[in-house]
Design a binder for this molecule. Sequence first.
Ligand code: NAD
Length: 281
Amino acid sequence: MHHVSVIGAGTMGRGIAFSCALADLSVFVQDISEQGLEDCKQYIEKQFQRSIQKGKITEEQAKQLRGNIHYSLSIEEAVANADLVIEAVLEIMDVKVETFKKLDIYAPKHAILATNTSTMSPTEIAAQTNRPDQCIALHFFNPVPKMKLIEVICGLETSEETIAKSFQLGEKMGKESVRINEFPGFAVSRMNCLIGNEAMNMVMEGVGSAEDIDKAMKLGLNHPMGPLELADLVGLDTRLRNMEYLYQTLGEKYRPCPILTKYVKAGHLGKKTGRGFYSYS
Ligand code: NAD
């Protein structure tokens, strides 16, 4: 597996693209937004600079790895030579399904088609293609260059070969993979969204401030980040979509906190817009 295409250059796509490039894979990033691609280039350049400063790579290596990354607004061009496509578009089933239909047409017959969905059914997405055995969910975590885990979620028809190749990719990227059978929210989002939503309900009920609830979880349970700062990092729009899907599929305990809905309606989407449960300058 050498040529990886990443569809969607947002919070996750850009992190996945950089991490693939760092693993010496050839990467093609595609987005429908020119601004999205521009922001992605800037993010990737910053990550290269950071890696050089930390002594992880030399200037010379960065120059070579940079040359392995290509950008396009055209999905057809971006996936033409792909061995693996990782889709990281919005967490909306219709958008993912439409994307997979195009991937099935334009990606080479041997290519694996993976979704980075946090919650949704890879079986439902794969059913729109003529290669459900080559479809899988590879759930990366934010920020991708730092986070070690990939959840490998097998759909009903995912072949053992596709699973084995997915684990090989994880190894090449220096990550740890866990195999999870499909169920809404998989392992991590199913638990994490519930914790985050409960923290939001506690802010709404006046149990404590966002700062104090986060501090309690960090110092009391040794979580590296509090649930509210993590929701801000994920993006409150993305988190709301995750909650809505889990509420639909798993029921009442996943009902999105009204504060989350209100913040999204106000355009306060967390770190990416400068305001969420915290303010960012
Ligand atoms: P985001 O909103 O930051 O980025 C989405 C990108 O997709 C945008 O740049 C947008 O322009 C682009 N896009 C939209 N429609 C497109 C299309 N049809 N074709 C190509 N590009 C398109 O979202 P994100 O946070 O990066 O989430 C992407 C996926 O990753 C979602 O499924 C989400 O659930 C999952 N995920 C997110 C996180 C997180 O912490 N944010 C973590 C793990 C998984």
